[in-house]
Design a protein around this ligand. Structure first.
Ligand SMILES: Nc1ncnc2c1ncn2[C@@H]1O[C@H](COP(=O)(O)OP(=O)(O)O)[C@@H](O)[C@H]1O
Ligand SMILES: [Mg+2]
Length: 377
């Protein structure tokens, strides 16, 4: 997957990493985090870093996390194999006091993960003349959620504070943690903000209108079609929030609808967008709903749904007092601050925007259309 544009973002990320900062990039799904992380991975050597990318979404426990870490270091092009061989040597000597040279995998099985990982970080921190390491961790919130499901909330706290300790102790290793929405609320709920407060937040936004228009025109060209300027503008306007994923889906579908070699017009774009919210495409949007179901316990979940319903139905957007009225249904009272906090969570998580006058609206017109059709009854 090649990474279109994102030039300002990557320049800023490399600059911050070179300045010794560690970063936290939380952004809604499908905005392009994984694409960007892969791009960082591929361009690390030219920025004088050795990078590894860990996708921790499917990992079950801490040992699996560090197994992944070692396997990725081993695959790193420049010095990976050498680094892991000397690490295994170092750890065997330490554990056995002797000369036996065990494979790192068998050492990990026999060691507790804290000692193992600490030795690993001590080893790669001590990099002498080689470029420093940057560890890119994708989908950290999902991994934490899994730890919590297995061992309870303390597992998240222990792991996050332990990682923080490692960042403080081994300061030449850079970290970038990424994830879809959720970590903020996990951290707030478990009161572990302190474990993250040394990280610099990095905002990854949608494409700018200009980049988005060039992106969809480029996609069409690569499929042998020509997307008119008016069609590109229409696409961006109706989508509203220029996430590369949806731009790509709609542009491809519009091209397919126009036929080979045809000019792709506004009508093709509109038809593609109508199709996108049709019944058979529901899965494209279902993740927005799942996110609420998965990450928010009651009564917050119901309240978030209520806010979204209210905003979706309010043509001119919904202000705080409208939300308060909507939330006041039933016997539970929701205070102004709490309502604001809930609505702002939906802003952070990509559903809504809030304008200067304090009015909330859906970020993506299409998501609003889908929400009204399939979620609100
Ligand atoms: N910079 C980009 N250039 C080209 N395509 C992109 C870019 N960013 C995202 N995409 C498209 O959007 C999809 C979702 O991006 P991804 O990085 O997986 O999102 P996230 O990790 O934030 O959920 C990608 O598979 C790709 O098709
Ligand atoms: Mg991703």
């Amino acid at each position: 997957m090649s990474c279109y544009d994102r030039l300002d973002e990557t320049a800023a990320l490399w600059r911050q990493l070179a300045d010794g900062r560690n970063l936290l990039m939380l952004a809604p799904r499908r905005i392009g985090k994984t694409v960007l992380l892969n791009h960082l991975l591929g361009t690390a050597p030219e920025h004088r870093f050795r990078a590894i990318l860990l996708d921790v979404e499917g990992l079950l426990d801490e040992k699996a996390f560090f197994r992944e870490c070692c396997a990725s270091i081993q695959e790193e092009q420049t010095t990976g194999k050498k680094v892991m061989a000397s690490f295994a040597h170092r750890l065997s000597r330490l554990l056995r006091g002797g000369a036996a040279d065990d494979d790192w995998r068998s050492l990990l099985v026999r060691t507790d993960w804290q000692s193992f990982a600490e030795e690993l970080f001590a080893h790669i921190d001590d990099h002498q003349d080689d470029p420093p390491w940057v560890i890119l961790v994708d989908e950290l919130p999902v991994f934490l959620q899994r730890l919590q499901d297995r061992d309870g909330p303390a597992a998240i706290r222990d792991f996050l504070y332990w990682l923080r300790g490692m960042r403080q102790k081994y300061q030449r290793i850079r970290w970038l943690y990424a994830g879809s929405i959720g970590l903020d609320s996990i951290a707030r709920r478990q009161r572990v903000e302190g474990a993250l407060n040394d990280l610099d937040p990095f905002q990854l936004g949608p494409f700018t209108p200009e980049t988005a228009r060039l992106f969809v025109a480029d996609l069409a060209r690569r499929r042998g079609a020509e997307l008119t300027d008016a069609a590109a503008r229409r696409l961006c306007e109706r989508l509203g929030w220029l996430s590369p994923y949806y731009l790509e889906r709609i542009a491809e579908d519009a091209c397919a609808g126009a036929g080979v070699g045809a000019s792709v017009e506004t009508a093709h774009v509109d038809a593609a967008m109508d199709r996108l919210i049709d019944l058979d495409k529901r899965l494209y949007w279902a993740s927005w709903r799942e996110h609420l179901d998965r990450n928010f316990p009651e009564p917050d979940r119901t309240r978030l749904y209520r806010i979204l319903e209210t905003v979706a139905k309010a043509d001119a957007g919904a202000d705080g007092s409208l939300l308060l009225t909507a939330l006041a249904r039933g016997d539970q009272v929701v205070g102004e601050l709490e309502a604001r906090d809930l609505a702002d969570t939906l802003v952070t998580d990509g559903y809504l925007t809030r304008d200067a006058a304090g009015r909330y609206r859906f970020r993506m017109q299409l998501l609003k259309e889908w929400w009204l059709r399939f979620v609100v009854f």
